[in-house]
Design a protein around this ligand. Structure first.
Ligand code: ADP
Ligand code: GLC
Length: 487
């Protein structure tokens, strides 16, 4: 509540929104946390760019839309950038899609420079202008990652917006992406005051660093798990940015992500060939067979199926998977990977398939329905991340009785607990050292347990399925933070 007793008004400013524009977990969070905040009596709304295809997906989903009373306008690079504001009720969450020329290119640029970074600055300014196009003004702007980090910077340092003022939250979903590019002509074109570009603001080794600017200028900073909140303050984790993060730790907190547990639900999931509960796994057996068939493997095999659903990026530890592939096959396991991303990983996985066509399957691409089949049809979910701010995949896999095998890092450490640890919740297998041997040590234990102790395996599956991965607790923590910000 605000001091006057009305609900706190929060605008989520996000460049991804599941199910309309999702690249990774940020899309899931933006698509599910607002619903939980509404339940907690926060008056939250969402603004997001209408990237190519988004409005078509909105229409196809049957969501009703209407036009706001006017466009939004932002002054940037010596011209006015206008966007149509399309209002939609997405499962109870009022959402504004900004439709403009600025958002007609690829969602995320391969190379960052003034021109490719500009849509993100324009988006933030249009988000600040939104209150003029609708009858609603936020108390707090809640921004996510470098792609909306320009907003707190504008509130602090922009010639016009710093006069207007406002409070903001900067949530760090992944500090590895910071929005770094040449300062010229950005500094002149953005309308920021010259002093916004200094060592204590957004300057970073001669470059602009939008995320650093967002961290310094936001009223509060959060990240997506308690462990990651500690890790990012160390040089080992975030290198040159660690100084700023530890300097700002007074306003930094780690709030664990949740899931849309209505969507990721083995009992109701319509994208699966069969559904199941923790009391009756017949449906999981059907999913397992369907997955084996899809991969072109023998449907009756008793070998454990290790699955991965992931962006193929260095962060996710696929070098360990590729280096360990001979040993994984020797263990008598099948491994199936769904993902797309960096060429060297895709090539390495293709080479593994060529070597072991009966044990390794690589589904290249982004495929939501297939991801459900992997989560449900697999026996183990492998996630040997080098770093992991939170990670949703390990939680999703547990919802489907697929046992996670993960490295003890970031949010993985906060959600997966080793079955051989006497004091844990016993829902998976974990390892510490970031190398192939460490990963194989955990996998060997998992495969051996699967093959020799079906009763214990079932207990581990049931434990994972009974975990509370709803947003309820975390939504309360966000609400508390919003309340503190308005005091
Ligand atoms: P990150 O955000 O770092 O990519 P998370 O584990 O937080 O990792 O979230 C990843 C989300 O993206 C999950 O919902 C996962 O199922 C989904 N995902 C990743 N790769 C694919 C893919 N190739 N096809 C379908 N869904 C994918
Ligand atoms: C990022 C992180 C991931 C996290 C997600 C949602 O993409 O890599 O660990 O779960 O954001 O917060």
């Amino acid at each position: 509540m605000t001091k006057s007793g009305s609900a706190i008004k929060v605008l989520f400013v996000t460049t991804e929104l599941a199910p309309f524009s999702k690249v990774g977990g940020l899309g899931d969070v933006a698509g599910s946390l607002p619903k939980a905040l509404l339940q907690a009596d926060v008056d939250v709304r969402v603004v997001t760019p209408a990237w190519p295809g988004v409005l078509e997906r909105v229409a196809a989903s049957g969501v009703k839309t209407s036009m706001a009373k006017s466009n939004v306008y932002a002054a940037y690079d010596w011209r006015i950038h206008s966007a149509n504001v399309i209002k939609a009720d997405v499962k109870g969450v009022t959402t504004y899609f900004l439709d403009a020329e600025d958002y007609s290119g690829d969602m995320y640029p391969h190379q960052l420079n003034f021109w490719t970074a500009s849509p993100f600055a324009v988006f933030c300014m249009q988000a600040l202008e939104l209150k003029n196009a609708i009858d609603w003004e936020p108390d707090i702007y809640h921004c996510h990652d470098w792609t909306s980090a320009f907003l707190p910077c504008a509130l602090a340092w922009h010639r016009h917006y710093r006069q207007v003022g406002g409070r903001s939250v900067m949530t760090l979903h992944n500090v590895a992406y910071q929005g770094i590019f040449e300062p010229s002509p950005f500094l002149e074109a953005s309308g920021l005051e010259p002093w916004s570009f200094s060592q204590s603001t957004m300057e970073f080794y001669g470059q602009v660093n939008l995320l650093k600017g967002g961290i310094v200028s936001a009223t509060a900073v959060t990240t997506v798990s308690p462990t990651y909140a500690n890790e990012i303050q160390t040089y080992e984790s975030t290198r040159e940015l660690s100084g700023i993060l530890s300097q700002q730790r007074g306003k930094l907190r780690g709030i664990l992500n949740g899931l849309d547990t209505k969507f990721w639900n083995s009992e109701k999931d319509k994208q699966l060939p069969a559904r199941f509960t923790s009391k009756d796994f017949k449906g999981k057996v059907t999913c397992r067979k369907a997955l084996l068939q899809k991969a072109g493997f023998d449907q009756e095999t008793q070998d454990p199926i290790i699955v991965c659903v992931s962006r193929l990026a260095e962060q996710k530890g696929f070098d360990m998977v590729m280096n360990g592939i001979d040993e994984i096959v020797k263990m008598g396991a099948k491994i199936m990977i769904l993902g797309s991303g960096q060429d060297w990983i895709e090539n390495g996985l293709n080479a593994a398939v060529a070597k072991y066509p009966n044990s390794v399957k690589f589904f290249r691409g982004y495929d939501e329905p297939l991801s459900h089949l992997l989560y449900a049809g697999g026996d183990m979910f492998l996630m040997p991340s080098v770093f992991e701010p939170c990670g949703l995949s390990q939680m999703i896999s547990m919802r489907y009785g697929t046992v996670p095998v993960v490295r003890e890092v970031g949010g993985l450490r906060d959600t997966v607990f080793d079955v051989d640890d006497p004091n844990g919740r016993k829902n998976g297998f974990t390892f510490q050292t970031c190398d192939t041997e460490g990963m194989l040590w955990a996998l060997r234990r998992a495969v051996e347990r699967y093959k020799t102790n079906p009763d214990q395996w079932r207990e581990i599956m049931v434990e994972g399925m009974s975990e509370d991965f709803t947003w309820d607790k975390s939504a309360e923590l966000y609400k508390q933070m919003y309340e503190e910000m308005l005091q």
